[in-house]
Design a protein around this ligand. Structure first.
Ligand SMILES: C[S@@+](CC[C@H](N)C(=O)[O-])C[C@H]1O[C@@H](n2cnc3c(N)ncnc32)[C@H](O)[C@@H]1O
Length: 365
């Protein structure tokens, strides 16, 4: 449980005598025996002593501060205490990971500005803000994306969803380019439903250099963030970003470039009854509509599948990230709607070995 009084103490901690003690440094004022009133009138000796202590307080290094905040996070029950502390300190030092910092940087005293930044960011983490929002950016595949609450933070398993679409796109390209001239080789058009920060859509644009993507989300905050990330990565020319709720959109509104080769989605798929057990980081900061899949987690999955036949080209595919209970549920649901002409053709596991990704194909007529 977060304790405001501990967080408040932590805010002041880098110059606090307790931190100095923890770091094996003595408190400047206490050691110098200087009271507040005495500091107003300093003798040359006192002035020199004070300057030497303020230099010593600068001797706090990255390694010291990581250890300190790790301890504070642990004491306050913050998950991934060490990683959180390392990410924050590395970020302030301009690096992605603590491991990538060389020993010169690790043991160089931090400046007052750096200490202040670390203190501010760590205080947010103490309030259970996910580290991705604390830093305001996060890597997904080879891209660094801006992150802002409450837009959903991309999860590492979703990188495999992108890889599946890339494999299918490359395979189709190779198959067709063996038959066609290079000029006639396909340029896949992909529709992403629920783009969030743009992680999937923008990775696909990078990996499939001839592709175009339509990215749709019902939340304006998500649409704005995808647009910002597309521009930062200079991918804005091959992406069409739409602010739509697919449950009330017509297929036509989602198809500015005609029927698509692939639909990809990491939809809200958490079973409604499981929402209460999510971590405080999620419940306090992320948009819960981005996770809550309603009854049986199937609300948006069903909407996507019902729309798919009118969105896809013949033999086009839907790639979905789902809960491990969904493959069987989706298969049963598709069997009750044979008129959709959709076949579940593959179930892929995530890196934990759980059935996580569905490849569903539209039958050709
Ligand atoms: C789990 S998040 C995935 C975000 C992003 N694709 C990713 O993987 O990081 C689901 C996204 O779907 C959006 N969404 C939920 N229901 C939707 C709907 N009916 N129409 C359009 N977007 C929807 C949410 O706003 C959210 O951004």
């Amino acid at each position: 449980m977060w304790k405001p009084e501990v967080a408040f103490a932590a805010m002041r901690c880098l110059t606090h005598p307790l931190l100095m003690r923890f770091l094996g440094l003595s408190s400047p004022c206490a050691s110098a025996g200087l009271s507040q009133t005495k500091t107003l009138m300093l003798s040359p000796e006192q002035l020199s002593l004070r300057q030497s202590f303020s230099t010593r307080s600068g001797l706090v290094t990255a390694t010291d501060v990581v250890k300190y905040w790790q301890k504070v996070f642990e004491t306050n029950g913050i998950p991934e205490a060490q990683e959180s502390s390392e990410y924050i300190v590395s970020f302030v030092l301009g690096a992605k990971t603590f491991q990538s910092l060389n020993s010169r940087i690790l043991y160089t005293p931090l400046t007052a500005v750096q200490q202040e930044q670390i203190q501010q960011l760590s205080t947010k983490r103490l309030e259970r803000m996910p580290v991705q929002y604390v830093l305001g950016e996060w890597d997904f595949q080879d891209l660094t994306l801006k992150m802002r609450p409450p837009v959903f933070i991309p999860r590492p398993e979703t990188e495999d969803l992108v890889s599946l679409v890339v494999e299918e796109g490359s395979w189709k390209y190779e198959k067709n380019s063996g038959l066609l001239s290079p000029a006639a080789a396909p340029h896949p058009v992909i529709l992403e439903i629920g783009c969030g920060s743009g992680a999937i859509a923008l990775s696909l644009l990078c990996k499939l250099s001839q592709s175009r993507v339509i990215a749709v989300d019902k939340e304006k905050a998500a649409v704005d963030l995808t647009r910002e990330n597309a521009q930062r990565l200079q991918l804005q020319d091959r992406i069409h970003i739409l602010h739509h709720d697919v449950s009330s959109s017509s297929a036509k509104q989602l198809l500015p470039w005609g029927p698509v080769d692939f639909i990809v989605s990491n939809p809200p798929y958490v079973f409604h009854e499981d929402m209460v057990s999510l971590a405080p980081e999620i419940l306090r900061y992320e948009d819960l509509d981005a996770l809550d899949g309603g009854d049986g987690g199937m609300r948006v999955i069903k909407t996507i599948l019902a729309l798919a036949p009118s969105l896809l080209k013949d033999s086009g595919s839907v790639f979905l990230e789902v809960d491990p209970r969904h493959p069987e549920m989706v298969e049963n649901w598709l069997q009750t709607y044979p008129n959709l002409l959709l076949t579940l053709c593959a179930i892929h596991k995530d890196f934990c070995g759980k059935p996580r990704f569905l490849h569903i194909q539209k039958q050709s007529r």
